[in-house]
Design a protein around this ligand. Structure first.
Ligand SMILES: [Zn+2]
Length: 180
């Protein structure tokens, strides 16, 4: 498989050829810059990993066009793989089909809630949750689990979250917004 080609490689700590499994494992360690408890695999934004010899191509779908975190995510992926000695990297963006919060893994939803952020409600990626009145869908309080909550602001700590408040325990909390 690995014919010695005329590469000028310094003897490095990692001389193993990459495998797709190994790359997926490393991607699990790359966290969402906005919600560090979530890995990018939890978010569901990694579409494909392609390994051809030494060359690694990772395809990601941006979560949200207005989300400044996406540039950071591509950089973080690059840095994580470079740290393992994988230098022939291509990170590509696949815009279509667009990412929706429905792609978020169950593990990711659980981690979000444990972190104090209400996870996206399944199947609502078309955006019914965040109408201005905020009353047609129950966003559950991540602290006391009450469904008795109301929307305070479309924008929480970042543009990708909305701010809610619980009417039972009175705690304000972020809701991970559904993106259309
Ligand atoms: Zn509450």
């Amino acid at each position: 498989m690995n014919e010695p080609t005329a590469t000028t490689q310094q003897p490095s700590a990692t001389s193993q050829a990459p495998t797709a499994d190994k790359i997926w494992q490393l991607l699990e360690e790359v966290s969402d810059p906005e919600v560090p408890v979530l890995s990018i695999l939890d978010l569901g934004i990694v579409r494909a990993v392609l390994v051809e010899g030494e060359r690694v191509t990772v395809t990601i779908t941006p979560t949200y066009s207005g989300c400044p975190a996406m540039g950071a995510i591509a950089t973080d992926i690059r840095l994580r793989l470079l740290a393992e000695g994988y230098t022939q990297l291509t990170i590509t963006n696949q815009i279509s089909p667009a990412w929706t919060t429905d792609w978020m893994s169950q593990a990711g939803r659980d981690k979000l809630e444990a972190y104090g952020i209400a996870p996206p409600i399944d199947g609502t990626a078309t955006g019914h949750v965040l109408n201005l009145f905020g009353k047609d869908t129950a966003v559950r309080c991540p602290l006391c689990k009450s469904a008795n909550t109301h929307l305070v602001s479309q924008f929480g700590s970042t543009a990708c979250k909305a701010l809610y408040q619980c009417d039972d325990c009175r705690e304000p909390f972020d809701y991970f917004k559904c993106h259309a």
